[in-house]
Design a protein around this ligand. Structure first.
Ligand code: SF4
Ligand code: SF4
Length: 388
C-alpha cells in the first residue's frame, strides 16, 4: 500500500512524499518556547491552536497516518538577483508569482486521496494546505522530507527549499518512513566556510557549485534527514533585517515576509529602509542557501508568473486601481493581503528607490485619495526624497 501511495503521489506531480505517524511530542518544547518568547508577533492564531497543532487527533480523531507531500514551485526563467538590485523594480516572493498554491496543492492532495480511495473505499481522510493548525514542518521532517535549516525552513538535499508542503490525514494504518524515498543519490553542495566566503548573491551559481566536498554527510535511516547546514551561516548573514536572531530562530517582528504579508498595521520606521524593494514576501534566506543550487524548475504550469510579476516596476504596480488589483490578482495568493497592504508595501519600496520626479509625482497624486495607513507610508517616502 505504501509503495502504491508513493507512486500515485509522483504521478500526481508531487516532488517529495513521505508517511509518518501522529506523535509530535518531541516538538512540543521548541514550539512552546517560540511562543513564550513572543517571536510569533501578532500571529495569535499560532498560540490559540497550539494544542491542536501538537495533537493531530484533535483535528481528526481517527487519524493514524499522515501523508506529507511537497510540491516544487521554483518558476522558470526568473532572475531574482537582478530584480533585487534594481530598486525601480518590484520584488515579489517567487512562490507567489503564479496561481495561489493553496488551490494547486489542495487539488493535487485531493487527486492523491481519491487514487488511494480507489484501493481503500473505506478511507477517511482530511487534506491540509495551511488550512488548519498542522505542524507541517515537523511532520514533514518526521516523514523524511528534509531537515529544518538555520533559516527555519525545511530543506531537502535533493531539491533545496523552494517547495510547498501539504498533508493528508488518514485513518489508514501505514508503515512510517525511515528515510526519503524519491531518490537514493545524496549530493552535497559546496558549504564554504562562512568566514572565508565573501561571495555575493550574484555569483552564487559559481560559488555554490555542485562539488561534493562533504562525503561524510549521509542521511540517517531513522526518520529525519540529517541536518546538513554544517558550519554555514549564509542565511543569518544574508537576512536584510537580521530577523534570524540565532540559528533556527526567526523573529517574526523583524521578518519582511511577516511585515509585508501578515502584518496589517504601520510598518515600524526603522524597518522600512531595510525592506528595499520587497513588496510581497522575501526570499533572501533561501536565495543564498547552497542547497538551493539543487532546486529544480517546477513542472507545474500554474506556478508560472502572471502579469509579468517577476519583472515589473514599482511605478506600474503602484498605479493599479483597487479594481485592477483585484482583477490582476484573481486566483493568486497576493490577493490575500488586500489592496491597502499592497499599496502600503509599494509605497515603502518607492521610498527606497532612487529619487526621481516621476515617483514623487505618483506618490503625491495618491496621497489624498489613500487611506490613513497608506498615507503614513507615502509621507515617509516623500520625506526621504526631500532629505536626499
Ligand atoms: S524571509 Fe527575509 S527577512 Fe525573513 S528571515 Fe528570511 S531573509 Fe530574513
Ligand atoms: S544558508 Fe546555510 S545555514 Fe542557512 S539554511 Fe542554508 S545551508 Fe543552512
Amino acid at each position: 500500500m505504501e509503495n502504491h501511495i508513493k507512486q500515485c503521489a509522483h504521478a500526481v506531480g508531487f516532488s517529495l512524499i513521505g508517511i509518518t505517524n501522529t506523535d509530535l511530542s518531541a516538538y512540543a518544547t521548541r514550539l512552546n518556547e517560540y511562543l513564550e518568547k513572543g517571536q510569533h508577533a501578532t500571529m495569535a492564531y499560532l498560540e490559540k491552536h497550539n494544542p491542536m497543532r501538537l495533537d493531530p487527533k484533535q483535528l481528526m480523531p481517527n487519524v493514524k497516518s499522515i501523508i506529507c507531500c511537497a510540491l516544487n514551485y521554483w518558476p522558470d526563467g526568473t532572475n531574482p538577483e537582478n530584480i533585487l538590485t534594481d530598486k525601480t523594480k518590484a520584488y515579489i516572493s517567487r512562490y507567489a508569482l503564479g496561481r495561489d498554491y493553496h488551490k494547486v496543492m489542495r487539488k493535487k492532495l485531493e487527486q492523491l486521496a481519491q487514487k488511494i480511495k480507489e484501493k481503500n473505499p473505506q478511507l477517511n481522510y482530511r487534506c491540509f494546505v495551511d488550512s488548519g493548525p498542522v505542524l507541517e514542518k515537523a511532520l514533514a521532517m518526521k516523514a523524511g522530507l528534509g531537515w529544518q535549516g538555520k533559516n527555519s525552513l525545511l530543506l531537502n538535499n535533493q531539491i533545496g527549499s523552494y517547495f510547498f508542503l501539504g498533508e493528508i490525514y488518514t485513518d489508514l494504518d501505514l508503515i512510517n518512513d525511515d528515510t526519503i524515498h524519491h531518490n537514493t543519490h545524496h549530493p552535497t553542495p559546496n558549504l564554504r566556510h562562512p568566514v572565508l566566503d565573501t561571495g555575493s548573491r550574484s555569483t552564487r551559481s559559481v560559488l555554490y557549485s555542485k562539488n561534493i566536498i562533504d562525503s561524510a554527510v549521509k542521511p540517517r535511516n531513522d526518520g529525519e534527514q540529517n541536518n546538513h547546514c554544517g558550519n554555514c551561516e549564509k542565511c543569518l548573514n544574508a537576512c536584510p533585517t537580521k530577523a534570524i536572531t540565532a540559528p533556527y530562530q526567526v523573529d517574526a517582528k523583524r521578518c519582511i515576509a511577516y511585515l509585508t504579508l501578515e502584518y496589517k498595521g504601520i510598518i515600524p520606521e526603522e524597518m522600512r529602509p531595510l525592506i528595499g524593494n520587497r513588496i510581497y514576501g522575501c526570499d533572501d534566506c533561501q536565495l543564498c542557501c547552497p542547497w538551493n543550487s539543487f532546486a529544480k524548475t517546477t513542472q507545474e504550469p500554474d506556478f508560472n508568473p502572471r502579469h509579468n510579476l517577476d519583472n515589473t516596476t514599482l511605478i506600474k504596480l503602484f498605479s493599479w486601481s483597487e479594481e485592477e488589483f483585484l482583477k490582476n490578482t484573481e486566483g493568486s495568493a497576493i490577493r490575500r493581503i488586500g489592496y491597502e497592504c499592497w499599496q502600503r508595501n509599494i509605497a515603502v519600496a518607492l521610498g527606497n528607490a532612487a529619487p526621481n520626479k516621476k515617483i514623487s509625482a505618483l506618490l503625491i497624486s495618491q496621497l489624498n485619495q489613500s487611506s490613513p495607513l497608506i498615507r503614513e507610508h507615502i509621507t515617509w517616502s516623500l520625506n526621504r526624497y526631500e532629505n536626499t
